[in-house]
Design a protein around this ligand. Sequence first.
Ligand SMILES: Cc1ncc(C[n+]2csc(CCOP(=O)(O)OP(=O)(O)O)c2C)c(N)n1
Ligand SMILES: [Mg+2]
Length: 1102
Amino acid sequence: MAVASRTIHHTHITNILLAKNNVSQIVLHNLPRALRRDMKTIAALYKDNSGKPDQESFANGSSVNYIEGLYASWKKNPKSVDQSWDAYFSGKPRSISTNTMQAKPAIAANPAKAASKASSPRSIATTQSNQNAAAPNPTPTADWGYIDDHLTVQAIIRAYQTRGHLAADLDPLGIVGAYSGSDNGDGRKRQATEAVLRQHFSYVFNDLNATFKLPSSTMIGGDEHFLSLKEILDRLERVYCGPIGVEYMQITSLNKTNWVRERFEKPGAVRFSPNEKKLVLERLTRSTGFENFLAKKFSSEKRFGLEGCDIMIPIMKEIIDRSTNNGVESVFIGMAHRGRLNVLANICRKPIADILSQFHGLKATDSGSGDVKYHLGLFTERLNARTGKNVRITVVANPSHLEYVNPVLLGKARAEMYYRGDATGTKVLPITIHGDASFCGQGIVYESIHMSDLPGYSTHGTIHIVTNNQVGFTTDPRFSRSSRYCTDVARVLNVPIFHVNADDPEACVHCARVATDWRAKFHKDVVIDIVGYRRNGHNEADEPMFTQPLMYQRIRELKPCVQLYAEKLIKQGIIQEAEYKSMNAKYEKICEDAWVESKKMKTFKYASWIDSPWSGFFEGRDRLKICPTGVAMKTLNHIGRIFASPPPPEHNFVLHKGIKRILALRMQMVKSKMADWALGEAFAIGSLLRDGVHVRLSGQDVERGTFSHRHHVFHHQTQDKARYNSMEHMYPDQAPYTVSNSSLSECAILGFEHGYSMANPNSLVIWEAQFGDFANTAQTIIDNFICSGETKWVRQSGLVMLLPHSMEGMGPEHSSGRMERFLQLSDDDPDVYPDTTDCDFVARQIMETNWIVTNLSTPANFFHALRRQVAFGFRKPLVNFSPKSVLRHPMARSPFRDFNECSAFKRLIPDTGKAAQQPECVTKLIFCTGKIYYDLAKEREDHQQEETAAIVRIEQICPFPYDLVSQQIELYKNAELMWVQEEHKNQGAWAYVQQRFDTTLIKVENESRCISYFGRPTNSASSTGNKVQHYNEYKAFITNIFGKLTEENLQRLEKIKAAQQMEAKASMEAAKKTDEAKKAAEAKKKEVSEAKKKPEPKPAGK
Ligand SMILES: Cc1ncc(C[n+]2csc(CCOP(=O)(O)OP(=O)(O)O)c2C)c(N)n1
Ligand SMILES: [Mg+2]
């Protein structure tokens, strides 16, 4: 070892250790106790803010290694080190000179190099410094040299590990420069060392042959512990600045970084046998061959080819092969347009003829409006030829909206894990494929990946592949992102990101291997960023030279990756040219045969492009039959009692006082056979669980309920994280119930739940918005998946969306779930009066509409609506607007009989009061929906118009209950028809119902009436923020309906008010008295007990 003899004071080492903040535990084990103790003291001084030793420091090892080296030599031969060290190691009294320890060339591994090192300027300096060795308080100037050399080498190693990817050779086009961003001519040649090591230049070594002991923080040495500087640099350069840029030093776990390091640094880490190389070539041939074939046959058709990132197919194949070998049985793929057809053909093995037939413009034989070919979903089950295991592959259908499929895919994958009982993601693998511009541009990416570690949402690792063609349509990265990498958003995940040159197939497939193994081992996400290019325009008809002229000049000079790789393998003698040609010809023949086959096809079915087959669900089922939704009184009592009870005593669960009160009130309700909203909901969930239906409720703060009405999860008041959920203990053999507070994202969570709901029809999946107002941040999921998914992709979902819609004076962003939008998106024809005489009318009408929109006013109807979701012979999304106030409104209660076997969902609730008894006397027939009913009922009473005003609630707004509405119109022949809503005129249900009322009125014989609007005027905001204005607006339309309160009414109301006040005062006083009496009784009791405690006075002695 090139170590010049130099003096080193052991306190210097202490200083150095202090300075470098590192004491290796491993090394400490090898040292004698005294030294260990000294060094532990040093280590103790160096703790991070949390008080833990800074274990993540990578600038560690060399100083300690040096001492370890000395110690090892000393152990072999105590004379090999300076006597001061000998004294120190042997624990002799430090009488000799504890502060003049000599650093001998005890660990020299290469004496020849020592000579050369000794002649370097630094060596001279250090040699000179030896003369000061005996100085009692030596200055560190000279001695630092040796340590510095090692520390510098270590810093260099760390620099490569941390920033080597910045100088890696990632770009087949040579556009992306090294770290500095400067181009050194043709932009291709990387000065990796310069870029990565810039700050270490002050330590340039004159002698690249000098040998260094490798620190434990690198594995480039393999079994060797010493390497020359040149070899160190060469190896680092190969590992970190070659075709793979490993971005992993942001990971906070040392164990994980070491794992990644091993997979790249260890000599021979990237190794391919000749057969493996051939396999990669064959797969690449198929990938490129498929695109070439489509280009030949459909030169002017859009197909969003993969050319330039063709390696994506071999990467995916490697991931799937390796994962199936590891036990994965089901793979979920979410991706956009680019390379979609190739994935269907080469990954899913969808018959190529079926894919080609999509280009022929065939007529569909089933219903639905369909979608373009590169959006359709797919489900296949096939034998994996390489592993001999069966694997299911699902490609989730997606809209054009880039990246929005991500949460949907995750939800589907999570559900699959749930149904397979796969708690760790061992059997189910989600893969998401991204474009470079969309990965960094779309916020949904961040919202989705942020679910990766959430207990209720984790998929235990998703593999992300970015087909990074360095352009988004016509926009260069420098105009589309501020981050260096398009993948920087994934840095929040604390996982590795592999950037890899798309023209280096083996490097790419190696990354696929490591990514797969990482996910299998750590159950965490991982990212592969395939840096390639796009051979054609955005689509094949686009002219890319308009906008990226130089890039495309370069692209045109480039040979396709498959050709480059074939040439390389031919040169290596791994494959003969003839063999390669026959490989190509064979695949071309497959495509040509498929082409002939596709020409014979005359029609096609959307249903054969479905991603959620639900096999067995529809077979033999009468789709139009709605099973009864009511349940037995016994069931209600059972569920009610458990829901109203604290955890059983054996749990020793300390409940909050407030919760105890709520439970007591619940129990009172159960005893009086009356249910509020929370109890009605619990009846629905509990009874479905009993029926074996898995229920999942998710959204922000749903466990308690935003408005503190639900309380499904109790929190132990003295034990951290101890929770109890009585809904999980309704029946011993019930289906599992999942209730989970979500991250603060509407879009990703709604997408996730939508995906979850599609996995299995025998489930009820509910997403609740905090307030309905916030649901519009998930507009893409609503518009492009929930509203139109069935029509485009022939797949159903019974997802329930609860959108609290409360015009209750809480201001513009806490008032409206924007009912009007959902109604406007409903696809029932407003001008067509349906055949209401059909005995299956109710089910048929719903089946033929894209979703159900309700504004429910009673707990019982809410209960039936939830249960009906599973009672249908099909699945349909339900959007319900339940205002905050009905959660506790004293009138919004339902008797138990409204839940029993004789009860059912009410699409419309007619008036059952005085007005209904003499309908001919009714002058106002008020139609309304939701909570306004309770206000109107009160106003009607105040105005004493119970006999003349009938109030009818439309509970199911969409599809419109034409039959029931006509009955009401016909019943109240003499009444003026009114639609009353609290929302502004351009909002709420008015625009939707008006058209349907008109259609109904045309249909009713001899009807000349029309319906008029009563409510707030138009407004761009959903409500005022001013409570006074809110009330005035309300009063204005109420007066329009019922007129002004008469003098007589006012006096009567005044009297009622006064009586109520008196009553309230009396009850307050009574309560006060009781309270006082209680206190007095308690005080008395205390007094008595204290008196008892006092010792009896001894009788006075005589
Ligand atoms: C949310 C959204 N915005 C805009 C578009 C229009 N669009 C389609 S492809 C594309 C470029 C995508 O670039 P990138 O993500 O890099 O994928 P590439 O096409 O390059 O594979 C754009 C802007 C879209 N489909 N979705
Ligand atoms: Mg792109």
